[in-house]
Each structure stands twice: as C-alpha cells, then as structure tokens.
Design a protein around this ligand. Structure first.
Ligand code: IDP
Ligand code: MG
Length: 142
C-alpha cells in the first residue's frame, strides 16, 4: 500500500521575474519542509520550453510566455520531501498571482497570470518527466 507521506522529488523553476527574490523563495521552500537536492542557474531555450509547455503552445498567450521565460536566467531545482509535489503546488499558490493568497510564493512575488515567479510540477508523473527533461537523467522517459 502506498504510504500517505511518501518522500518524493519534484521540479521547481524560479522564473526570470522570481530571481531577484530567490533567497526568500528558497527560504520558504525549506520552511515548508522541502530541501533542494540539486540546482542549476541557466538560460532556457525555445526548444526545451516548447517541450515543457507543450500543453500551451497553441494558446494565444504562448509567444508572451516564451519571451518571458527567455528573458533571463532561471533556477532549476530538484526538491525533495514528504508529498513534495503537492506541498510545492500549495506553497506556490494558483497560476494567477492576483488570486494567490499572501504567504504563497506567487502571492508574495508574482505579478499576474503570466509573471508568477515560479513553476512546480503538477503531478508525480510530470515531476519525473520534468526532472528528466531539465536534468538530463539517463533514465527512460515516461
Ligand atoms: P501552472 O504554472 O500554475 O501549472 P499552467 O496552466 O501549466 O499553470 O501554465 C504554465 C504557465 O503559463 C503559467 O505559470 C503562466 O506563466 C503561463 N500562463 C498560464 N495561463 C495563462 C494565461 O491564461 N495567460 C497568460 N499566461 C498564462
Ligand atoms: Mg503547469
């Protein structure tokens, strides 16, 4: 039987607009009981973004999303902890920063529905795929 409090990994990306608040964001992550297992600061490119946001490439806002995500360095992080996937999503708050409560990362540091400071995997399966995608693990993709 699956344990309720499973140790998981999830992928977080501090987006270009979140970088200036990275220290505070990472502090919030640790206070929520998650730890950073691996991180990398780098620029993304069109190709990896199209893969990562494949569910959104046909949306009218995609060009804006793409230029936002290419506007500066991001911090890619593998986070680990109990129920890490759900815990990070709760800590982030909803996609639209204007609707995100204070105390959530997007509520504190996001601006609107596009500029929302952080990405977090939305399921265990996405977490595995996204960690493989951004950290280039030699495992088979699901
Ligand atoms: P999520 O980041 O909360 O999982 P997704 O629907 O997966 O939300 O969208 C990915 C990213 O695309 C969002 O974080 C945000 O930056 C951007 N985005 C999502 N929906 C909209 C929208 O309706 N208008 C503009 N940008 C959006
Ligand atoms: Mg998403």
């Amino acid at each position: 039987m699956k344990e309720m409090q499973e140790i998981q990994e999830t992928l977080a990306i501090i987006k270009p607009d979140g970088i200036k608040n990275a220290i505070k964001i990472i502090e919030m992550i640790y206070k929520a009981g998650l730890t950073v297992k691996k991180y990398e600061v780098r620029m993304l490119d069109e190709e990896i973004l199209k893969e990562h946001y494949s569910h959104l490439t046909d949306k009218p806002f995609y060009p804006k999303l793409e230029s936002y995500m290419l506007s500066g360095e991001v911090i890619l992080m593998i986070l680990e902890g109990k129920n890490a996937v759900e815990k990070l999503r709760e800590l982030m708050g909803p996609t639209d920063s204007t609707k995100a409560p204070k105390g959530t990362i997007r509520g504190e540091f996001g601006t609107d529905i596009t500029y929302n400071a952080i990405h977090g995997s939305d399921s265990e399966l996405s977490a595995i795929n996204e960690i493989n995608r951004f950290f280039n693990k030699k495992q088979k993709r699901i």
